[in-house]
Ligand binder design. Sequence first.
Ligand SMILES: NC(=O)C1=CN([C@@H]2O[C@H](COP(=O)(O)OP(=O)(O)OC[C@H]3O[C@@H](n4cnc5c(N)ncnc54)[C@H](O)[C@@H]3O)[C@@H](O)[C@H]2O)C=CC1
Ligand SMILES: O=C(CO)COP(=O)(O)O
Length: 336
Amino acid sequence: MTTKIAVLGAGSWGSVLANLLTENGHEVTLWSHKASQVAEMNEHHTNTAYMHDFEYEHNLNVTDDMKVALTGAEVVLFVVPTKAIREVSAQAAKILVANQQQVTVVHATKGLEQDTYKRVSEMLAEEIPAANRDGIVVLSGPSHAEDVAKKDLTLITAAAENEDVARKIQKLFMNPYFRVYTNTDVIGAEFGAALKNIIAIGAGALHGLGYGDNAKAALITRGLAEISRLGQSFGANPITFIGLSGVGDLVVTATSVNSRNWRAGNELGQGKSLSEVIDTMGMVIEGVATTKAAHELAAQRHVEMPITDAIYDVLYNGAEVRSVITGLMQREGRPE
Ligand SMILES: NC(=O)C1=CN([C@@H]2O[C@H](COP(=O)(O)OP(=O)(O)OC[C@H]3O[C@@H](n4cnc5c(N)ncnc54)[C@H](O)[C@@H]3O)[C@@H](O)[C@H]2O)C=CC1
Ligand SMILES: O=C(CO)COP(=O)(O)O
């Protein structure tokens, strides 16, 4: 059955998800706020600023008019960076309310809001109270756009409090190379998604400094412990952190050259400054802002997150990566 879907955000992930949904036979309109990008995608079916050497389905509609994208849509997928979620969803809510339209809201964004520390689904629930028919569905898991574009095998999770709604979204995305599981632990899925980016920066930094596989495996393992601690303090199910949206996403992000967060960490490890790294990436490095939010949130809730704190010191206080590693290694011995 064909579903009419609006995808808001045409960076690497939004555009590739929109392409996959189009391949799956749905009627998809992708919205971008950049007119030049819309022209390129409609005329040449390319999106060179975000995806090199990739040709999109020719029947994927791209527009810079959000009303065109939303009108008639049954499902709206948000894939803008965390810092743009409120602005874009408030704009969408106005259009949906004026249209008297009810939609299923899905997001694939990975981060926490600055200062409020809210999860993306909390922001969306606040911004789209009237037009949101089903609660929010979170799409998360180990899924670099670059691999999905190549139709490499990818498995992710659709998390929603209402399992029927998660199943509905699962069906839209499933195809022979893209397998979707359902989960009802929205809190766990979102904390796993947001916090793994912090650890990926750390893993990249270890690589940039020349550390070996033992160090990287240890960082991933102890990183997962602190992700899980903070998530559980909000009621997340610990099992979620050993699933696709937990360890799955952590492993891919903390080991892949496709990861923007890993690459940022690698460049920091090689001695570049944070501003240089941000200026040259050209895409969002969610882990930088999330490190600040998680560091502050952990302090507020008295949750121990030593790796996050160390990465915060590197990113925000100018600490040397090697010296924070020494600090972590010399912490008092404790049971695992
Ligand atoms: N790239 C990937 O492989 C994956 C990314 N994600 C998540 O998806 C989200 C988006 O990431 P990417 O697509 O990689 O980012 P990106 O940097 O490639 O693209 C972001 C897009 O959002 C647009 N945008 C930025 N600010 C905006 C605003 N204020 N209003 C409207 N549009 C705005 C940009 O123009 C761009 O089209 C992030 O939270 C990321 O963690 C999740 C899974 C995979
Ligand atoms: O979340 C991702 C893969 O699952 C993408 O991570 P990066 O933003 O680090 O590329």
